[in-house]
Design a protein around this ligand. Structure first.
Ligand code: SAH
Length: 334
């Protein structure tokens, strides 16, 4: 599919049914019927960045900050693995309180529990840190590119560079990580062409996974008064990404559930998604991880119900990258 056709689909909701059907077929053919479960722990709400859309931004003085202790994180991971969840996603604001060594020992302790996959989503760090964490046993890294428009990117991420974000993703891939990028749909000032470029970038990077969710305003941020992203448009971006990337892992995001708690994620699964990320952040912390307002809680039970209601199977597997050729090729070099 070329850019013009992508743009037509982004602009014309009339064609949704046909588009979602094609995405669903593509998903079935390349990913099967299983939906992978990734248990996410949001272990720190401290952040040194100042992204204009995100409630964790350092200038948001209204947010109550927290940090989980490394032992607490590991304990929680053990429990999650014990109930059969085979991927743990460790996410936080960009928080340098957790040194490279601390994160490495957390990874090692989790790996002692068995064969669960570890996805890190800790933002931008020196490549040396990424490399040590890979050695310690981390498997995947999620670093969304947020928007493929470099000017918009740099406007909403003060002090950050688009090129650096992409260079870090490429470095992570070269180290043997399964990489995840992804974008926000409906950012103030974003055009259809920007969204088409997001989808084309995901294909070009040949990402192993991509997180795609709507923009949701957070009232204590500079973008707090802008309208949120549109549900159907987000589903169209998701569907087009499925069609173009074929076998990338694509979650039905919590942001979709927040826009439509009753059916947002089910619609995501029917528009190409094959992953759900239930939240295991403990009470007392979870309500403070306010990246956007009214974030719904996707529990494991809720995730499983959504999967079954969509007529799909709950996977018990790790769900590693389906881009085998690249990883087989990488392992030849290692
Ligand atoms: N510090 C990490 C994790 C950031 S939070 C990093 O930089 O990768 C995880 C994701 O939440 C971000 O990548 C962003 O896409 C999303 N997010 C944050 N604020 C949002 C908002 N207001 N609306 C929609 N998505 C948002």
């Amino acid at each position: 599919m070329e850019k013009d056709e992508i743009l037509d689909h982004l602009k014309t909701p009339k064609l949704d049914k046909e588009l979602f059907g094609k995405a669903d077929e593509t998903r079935k053919r390349y990913c099967g019927n299983e939906v992978y479960i990734r248990g996410i722990i949001e272990f720190s709400s401290y952040c040194c960045r100042n992204c204009l859309y995100c409630g964790l931004r350092r200038e948001n003085k209204k947010l109550r900050r927290y940090r989980m202790r490394p032992e607490g994180i590991v304990e929680l991971c053990k429990k999650i693995i014990d109930i059969g969840v085979n991927t743990i996603v460790l996410q936080s604001g960009d928080d340098f309180y957790y040194t490279q060594e601390m994160v490495s020992s957390i990874i090692e302790a989790i790996k002692d529990e068995g064969n669960a996959a570890i996805t890190l989503s800790l933002g931008e760090r020196p490549v040396e840190d990424y490399s040590k964490w890979k050695e310690a046993g981390a498997d995947r890294y999620l670093l969304k590119h947020e928007t493929a428009n470099p000017r918009l990117y740099e406007k909403i991420h003060p002090g950050q560079r688009f090129k650096k974000r992409i260079d870090l993703l490429l470095a992570l891939r070269d180290m043997g990580y399964q990489i995840g990028a992804g974008n926000i749909v409906g950012l103030p000032g974003q055009t259809f062409e920007d969204m088409a470029n997001d989808i084309l970038l995901l294909r070009e990077l040949d990402v192993d996974m991509a997180g795609i969710g709507p923009f949701i305003p957070q009232k204590d941020t500079p973008l707090g008064k802008f309208p949120g992203g549109d549900l159907n448009l987000t589903l169209r971006v998701l569907a087009l990404t499925r069609i173009l990337t074929k076998n990338a892992h694509l979650p039905a995001t919590t942001a979709l559930a927040t826009l439509d708690p009753e059916s947002g994620q089910r619609m995501g699964l029917k528009a190409g998604a094959n992953v759900i990320m239930p939240d295991f952040t403990p009470n007392g912390y979870r309500e403070k991880y306010v990246i956007y307002d009214k974030k719904v809680r996707v529990t494991l039970e809720r995730a499983e119900e959504v999967i079954l209601r969509a007529g799909r199977e709950i996977s018990k597997r790790r769900g590693d990258s389906l881009k085998c050729t690249r990883h087989q090729r990488a392992s030849v070099y290692i």
